[in-house]
Ligand binder design. Structure first.
Ligand SMILES: [Zn+2]
Length: 489
């Protein structure tokens, strides 16, 4: 229950014989703030919004903690020094849950409920004070939060909007996931799904940078939600308290635009690889071992292929960090790198790791970049759904290379445009089995057409004209037959 009250608040705990304990908090008006003598203050609220948001906080507390009842009353109007401004009271079977729920409600109300405070000072002046967490949180606006980042030409207002609209799933809130989540949240990624089934353990603390020693034993996804809310109040965390497996991966991945793999075992990495490629979601992967690590991007339908193109089956002889140890900064470096790659994917800027396997040894400081290409016959890439995560430029979406895994799917009709090339040119080998090139208006929408010409210029132009007439499944072979002859035997 959350209430606003214009009268003095009731302080005593309500009587519940079934409760093992009560935890209560009373916040009172102080006579001092930032060194100035305060003689009184006024709280003002958007009543309807405040009651709705306060109600949500109480409900969240009831869902997160094992409590019997939660009450939160907030005073509004004129208050004198010593008056109770907020009273939170939690009844629970056990004291620890009662304390935690009580602290949660106090913190969330300060952060989220639209209540403003006007302080009156001994010198006769007065000032609005934001009731948020920071003592001068009135300096905080969404625009000011992202100001430095938005100055970058690659970001700007439009890029910041793209980040705000983005929905990124981080699987694993561990050594990779923690720094990735923190920087994605600070960059303004509007919705962060976080999947992790574990409770915080003492052995996590040397590398998992979102957590504090006092939180050992609590579910990591709850701790992440709290840490992110404190770091950036303008983004939202969707906690999923589960370990990702082949059974639950699809229903989770489907809800997001992009997936960041923060898992520490190859079983999970292959599940994420297979399901992301099948569902057309960009996947940013990384792994660490002692002092070194690797990172790559899997872009479904991209010529760089997937994890299974590199290694068809999960390696079995790899020992885990739990066995061999890991320096805490190593996953930190790679988690930040994954966040960078995810932000670049959302903004569609820079060179990507979609066709590279990038390695860094932090002892020798040697970095290596190995080219990746889709492996013919990779069963995962053969069923790839082109990534929906990435904004593709027009050329990317109209042209395909001979190795594009999209060519392995569905029904394709090959159209040889060389016969209709303007000016003719020198006739090269023609394919008598290719059907006659139809008029644009006669194209069928249910099949895919691959237009081919000598150099890929006429076919690209033709495919673009077809696209303009609402035939989305028309493609042009990049560099044409001449390009094929350069590759072929
Ligand atoms: Zn593959």
């Amino acid at each position: 229950m959350f209430r606003l009250s214009r009268r003095a608040l009731e302080l005593g705990p309500s009587q519940r014989p079934d409760a093992g304990g009560y935890a209560s908090f009373v916040g009172r008006v102080r006579g001092q703030n930032e060194g100035r003598a305060v003689v009184g203050l006024v709280y003002e609220a958007y009543d309807e919004l405040a009651v709705a948001e306060g109600g949500r906080i109480v409900e969240e507390a009831q869902n997160r903690f094992e409590v019997l009842s939660v009450r939160c009353d907030h005073r509004i109007g004129d208050l004198a020094i010593g008056d109770a401004a907020i009273v939170v009271e939690v009844a629970a079977a056990h004291r620890r849950e009662a304390f935690r729920a009580c602290e949660f409600v106090v913190d969330e109300v300060k952060k989220r409920v639209p209540i403003w405070k006007r302080e009156r000072y001994a010198d006769g002046r007065s000032a609005w004070i934001n009731a948020g967490t920071a003592h001068n949180a009135d300096a905080l606006t969404e625009a000011s939060f992202y100001e430095r980042q938005r100055r970058l030409p690659e970001v700007g207002i439009e890029g910041q909007r793209l980040l705000g609209d983005a929905r990124i799933l981080v699987v694993g809130a561990g050594g990779l996931g923690c720094p990735a989540i923190e920087f994605l949240a600070r960059a303004g990624v509007g919705t962060l799904g976080v999947a992790d089934g574990d409770d915080l353990d003492a052995t996590n603390l040397h590398r998992q940078s979102l957590f504090r020693a006092r939180d050992i034993g609590r579910p990591k996804v709850d701790l992440v939600a709290e840490a992110v809310a404190e770091a950036n109040p303008y983004v939202r965390v969707e906690p999923h308290r589960l370990s990702v497996s082949a059974d639950n991966a699809d229903s989770l991945i489907e809800r997001y635009d992009l997936v960041l793999d923060g898992t520490d075992n190859f079983g999970a990495k292959y599940v994420l690889n297979d399901r992301c490629v099948a569902l057309g979601k960009t996947l940013i992967q990384a792994g660490v071992y002692r002092y070194e690590g690797w990172a790559m991007r899997v872009e479904p339908g991209h010529a760089g292929g997937c994890l299974r193109c590199l290694w068809p089956e999960p390696p079995t002889d790899v020992r885990s960090c739990a066995e061999v140890g890991v320096l805490g900064v190593v996953p930190g470096v790679f988690g930040v790198l994954q966040a960078t790659e995810a932000i670049k994917a959302v903004l569609d800027v820079g060179d990507s790791l979609a066709d590279r396997f990038w390695l860094l040894d932090l002892l020798s400081m040697e970095a290596r970049s190995v080219r990746r290409t889709a492996r013919p016959g990779c069963p995962v890439c053969a069923r790839a759904v082109p990534s929906s995560s990435r904004r593709v430029s027009e050329d990317d979406s109209v042209e395909v290379t001979p190795f594009d895994p999209r060519l392995a799917q569905g029904e394709w009709i090959l159209l040889d445009l060389r016969a209709v090339e303007p000016g003719g040119g020198r006739p090269v080998s023609r394919w008598p089995w290719a059907p006659a090139v139809p008029e644009l208006k006669d194209l069928r929408t249910e099949v895919c057409y691959l237009a081919v010409c000598a150099h890929g210029v006429t076919s690209l132009d033709w495919a673009r004209q077809a696209r303009a007439l609402c035939h989305p499944n028309v493609w042009s072979l990049r560099n044409g037959v001449t390009g094929l002859e350069r590759i072929g035997p």
